[in-house]
Design a binder for this molecule. Structure first.
Ligand code: NDP
Ligand code: GDR
Length: 349
C-alpha cells in the first residue's frame, strides 16, 4: 500500500486530494495544526477512529514553521509521495502578514525538501505552485515558459518555493514537481476568496439573512476551474517517469463582475450596474435594491489583472482534462450555498 503525506489536508485542496488518494487505496497521512476552534470540517467525513480496524487516514500535529515536527513525520511515516499544499494562501492577507507568509509558503517548502534529505528517503514531492507567479501580464495565455512577475508577498514566497523545488530536483535528482495551478474553486472554498464570498452572500441575501455584499476590484479576470478536477492533475504529476512542472488551467477567463452576475441571476436577482469606480453598485434589476457595493478595503496594493492559462502540456503529457466548465462551477457553488443559507435560516428559527 502506497503512503502519502499531505500538508494542508484541512484546506480545500487537501480534502479533495485525501478523498482521491483514499479511493485509490493509499494510506494517507495529514499534517494538521493545533487550533482553538475546529479546523477539520472539510475532512471529518473521511476520518475514523484510529483504533478501528482498516483505518487508512491518519492525522498528525505539525506545522510548516516547525522543522522538528516535519522531520519527525518524514522519519516516522517514510511516505512514498508528499503533497505540500499547506500555505497562508490568501493573497490580500499576505500584504498584512508578509513575513509570516514567507516563513510558511517559502521556508516551509525547503524545510520539507531538506527533511527528505536528512531522513535519507526518496519520496516523490509535489509543490503547490500558483498562477500568481505570473502576476503582471507579460503574455497570455500563460504557460510553463512564461516569465514570472510576482505581485504580492504571497507570490514572492511561492516563487521561492517554485525555484527551490526545481533546484532540489536538479541538485539532488529528487522527483520534485511544481503544479502551477490556476484558481480552482468549489463549495469547500474558503469563505474569503471572491467566488465563495459571492456565492455565500448571494445565498444569504436570497434567504433574507443578509442585505448586501461588499467587494473590491470587479474587473479582475481569472481562469477558474473546479478543485476536484485539479487534485487529479497533482496525483498524475507524481505518476510519471520523470519529474516536471505543469500549468493546470481551463484555458478560459472571466471577470469577477461576470461571476457575480451569473450567481445572482441564477438566484432570480439579475444585476444591473450603476455608478462607477468606488461608487459603483450592483442593483437587483427586478426590485431596484442595492445588492453589491464597492469597499476599497478589498483592493490590493498591487493587483493581478488577468490570468488565463494554457494547459496544453498537462493535457498532452498527463492526459489530464478539466471536466467541470465555468457554468457548472457557478451552478454547483451557488446551489450549495443557497442550501447552506436555508439550513442556517431554519436553525435560527
Ligand atoms: P486553503 O487555504 O484552503 O488551505 C491551506 C491549508 O494550509 C490548510 O489546511 C491550512 O491549515 C494549512 N496551513 C496554513 N498554514 C500552515 C502552517 N503554518 N503549517 C501547516 N499547515 C498550514 O488553500 P487551498 O486548499 O485552496 O490551496 C492549497 C495550496 O495550493 C496552497 O498552498 C495554495 O497556496 C495553493 N494554490 C491554491 C490555488 C487555489 O486556487 N485554491 C491555486 C494555486 C495554488 P488550517 O486549516 O489549520 O488553516
Ligand atoms: P486570488 O483569489 O487572489 O486570485 O488567489 P481571490 O479569490 O482572493 O481573488 C480573485 C480576484 O478577485 C478580486 N476581488 C476580491 N477578492 C477577494 N478575496 N475579496 C473581495 O471582496 C474581492 N473583490 C474583488 C481580487 O482583487 C482578485 O483580483 C487565489 C488563492 O487561492 C491563491 O492561494 C492562489 O495561488 C491563486 O488563487 C491562484
Amino acid at each position: 500500500m502506497k503512503k502519502a503525506l499531505i500538508t494542508g489536508i484541512t484546506g480545500q485542496d487537501g480534502s479533495y486530494l485525501a478523498e482521491l488518494l483514499l479511493a485509490k487505496g493509499y494510506e494517507v497521512h495529514g499534517m494538521i495544526r493545533r487550533s482553538s476552534s475546529f479546523n477539520t470540517d472539510r475532512i471529518d467525513h473521511l476520518y475514523r477512529d484510529p483504533h478501528e480496524a482498516g483505518v487508512r487516514l491518519f492525522l498528525h500535529y505539525g506545522d510548516l514553521n516547525d522543522a522538528s515536527s516535519i522531520n519527525k513525520l518524514l522519519r516516522d511515516i517514510r511516505p512514498d509521495e508528499i503533497y505540500n499544499l499547506g500555505a497562508q494562501s490568501h493573497v490580500r492577507v499576505s500584504f498584512d502578514v508578509p513575513e509570516y507568509t514567507g516563513e510558511v509558503d517559502a521556508m516551509g517548502a525547503v524545510r520539507i525538501l531538506e527533511g527528505i534529505r536528512e531522513a535519507g528517503i526518496s519520496p516523490k514531492f509535489y509543490q503547490a505552485s500558483s498562477s500568481e507567479l505570473y502576476g503582471k501580464v507579460v503574455e497570455t495565455p500563460q504557460k510553463e515558459t512564461t516569465p514570472f512577475y510576482p505581485r504580492s508577498p504571497y507570490a514572492c514566497a511561492k516563487a521561492y518555493a517554485f525555484y527551490i523545488t526545481l533546484n532540489y530536483r536538479e541538485s539532488y535528482g529528487m522527483f520534485a514537481c511544481n503544479g502551477i495551478l490556476f484558481n480552482h474553486e468549489s463549495p469547500r472554498r474558503g469563505e474569503t476568496f471572491v467566488t465563495r464570498k459571492i456565492t455565500r452572500a448571494a445565498g444569504r441575501i436570497k434567504a433574507g439573512l443578509q442585505e448586501r455584499l461588499y467587494l473590491g476590484n470587479l474587473d479582475a479576470k481569472r481562469d477558474w476551474g473546479f478543485a476536484g478536477d485539479y487534485v487529479e492533475a497533482m496525483w498524475l504529476m507524481l505518476q510519471q517517469d520523470q519529474p516536471d512542472d505543469y500549468v493546470v488551467a481551463t484555458g478560459e477567463t472571466y471577470s469577477v463582475r461576470l461571476f457575480a452576475e451569473k450567481v445572482f441571476a441564477r438566484l432570480g436577482m439579475p444585476l444591473e450596474w450603476r455608478g462607477s469606480g468606488v461608487n459603483e453598485q450592483g442593483v437587483d434589476a427586478n426590485t431596484g435594491k442595492v445588492l453589491i457595493e464597492i469597499d476599497p478595503r478589498y483592493f490590493r496594493p498591487a493587483e493581478v489583472d488577468l490570468l488565463l492559462g494554457d494547459p496544453s502540456k498537462a493535457k498532452a503529457r498527463l492526459g489530464w482534462q478539466p471536466k467541470t466548465d465555468f457554468e457548472r462551477l457557478v451552478a454547483m457553488m451557488t446551489d450549495a450555498d443557497l442550501a447552506l443559507a436555508e439550513r442556517e435560516k431554519r436553525a435560527n428559527g
